[in-house]
Every structure is written in C-alpha cells, then in structure tokens.
Design a protein around this ligand. Structure first.
Ligand SMILES: *Cc1c(COP(=O)(O)O)cnc(C)c1O
Length: 217
C-alpha cells in the first residue's frame, strides 16, 4: 500500500457515507516508523500525522516542521498529566481526553498558554479493563464536564476490541457523539477505516497500511 492507495480508498468510501465529501481527514500514524519513511510521506505532500507518545513526537516533529510547512500533529496515545504541557505545546489535536484529572490539567494549561489543541474524548466502547477511555455510560457526563471547563472538545475517539466487529463500536461512538452535539469522530485504523467512514468517521488513523509494518517495540 502507498499513501495514494489509501487516499483513493478513502475518497471511494467517503461520498456514499459522508454527506460532506472530503470531510474525512487521514491521520498518517508515524509512531515507531523510521524517519526516512516519514520523510517520504511528507515529500508526497501529506501533512497530517499521528503519534502515540509525547516523547517520541517531541524527538522528531520539531525538525520535520522546520523542513515542511503546514504539518498538523495529532496525539493519539494515552496522556499522563505530567506530559500534558509538552503535549499541548506540540500538538494540534489530542484524541485521548478520558478523565477528570486530565481535563482539569488541560483547562488550567489552556488558560496559561492562551491556546488549546482540538480535543477528542476517548470512549472505551468495549469496556475493556486494559484500555483507556471513559466508559460509554459515563460519557455524557464527562463530555458535559469538559465543555463546562471551556475545553474545545470537537469529537470522540475509540479503539474497538481486537476480536469484535468494529462496526458495532463505530456505531456506538457515532450515537454518543450525536446525542452530545459533537461532530467529529476519530475512528478506523488500517484494517477497518472504510467501515469507520461508512459510519461517519471524520478522522481515520492509519499507520501500517501507509508506512508498512512497525518494528515491535
Ligand atoms: C498505532 C495506532 C493506530 C494505527 O494503527 P494501524 O493498525 O497501524 O493503522 C491508530 N490508532 C491508535 C490509537 C494507534 O495507537
């Protein structure tokens, strides 16, 4: 697969499902990929990237940003509060707002910095113990709490359980977003982004299908 294959598949998947064609952002997930591969995708003109670790993002994106204009960086991995400031300084969007302590920290830092990345609330749609995210039955209250803190919550994010039909989780996420008046849906990865788009994804997070398999970390 190449970047072009993926963007073609997205545009084929999009018009049928998504009334606003072109409304799907492709986040190229570059975590653990060698810099040459990331550079190659930048040279092809792509500008939206995702990283799951603040440290790793801080190690490579400032240099790429000096070389390439218009880079948008999305943080898609679990965020510790002690890394929140660095995350806010680096990222254009954070997809993993999932608990009150983090919401309070981001709100305080937003005041201090005078800006805040776009935020997505992560929902643990599969109610998995090992996974981050607010539980589905707590999502409405948590979203309200974040909005009351004036946080720029744009949408919701989920990572479906590996052994379940992803569409059920995408549909649940879309339903929670709709009843909370949120527009953006960050859902769908290499193996299922077309299904996610069919259910209203506005942001798909695709790594290995663009860059190739990651080295095990
Ligand atoms: C790694 C990662 C992805 C991309 O996964 P692929 O299967 O390589 O497309 C998407 N979302 C999150 C949160 C990730 O950590």
């Amino acid at each position: 697969m190449t970047l072009r294959d993926i963007t073609d598949r997205i545009s084929k998947a999009a018009p049928a499902a998504n009334s606003a064609a072109g409304a799907v952002s492709l986040i190229a997930v570059s975590k653990t990929q060698p810099n040459e591969r990331v550079q190659g995708v930048l040279e092809e003109g792509h500008r939206i990237f995702g990283e799951n670790k603040v440290q790793e993002a801080a190690g490579k994106w400032p240099a790429f940003r000096e070389q390439f204009d218009g880079v948008k960086l999305h943080l898609i991995g679990p965020l510790q509060t002690n890394k929140a400031r660095q995350a806010m300084e680096l990222a254009d969007a954070i997809h993993t707002l999932d608990r009150p302590k983090l919401a309070n920290t981001l709100a305080r830092l937003a005041q201090e910095l005078g800006r805040c990345p776009d935020l997505f609330v992560q929902v643990n749609t599969g109610e998995e113990d090992q996974k981050a995210g607010v539980m589905p039955d707590k999502a409405d209250a948590f979203i309200a709490e974040c909005l009351a803190l004036d946080l720029p919550v744009k949408g919701l994010m989920c990572i479906p359980p590996v052994n379940e039909e992803a569409s059920l989780h995408f549909a649940l996420l879309a339903k929670i977003a709709a009843r909370n008046g949120l527009r953006d849906l960050s859902m769908g990865m290499s193996s299922d982004f077309e299904k996610a788009i069919a259910l209203g994804a506005t942001h798909v997070r695709v790594g290995s299908a663009i860059f190739g398999e990651r080295d095990a970390v």
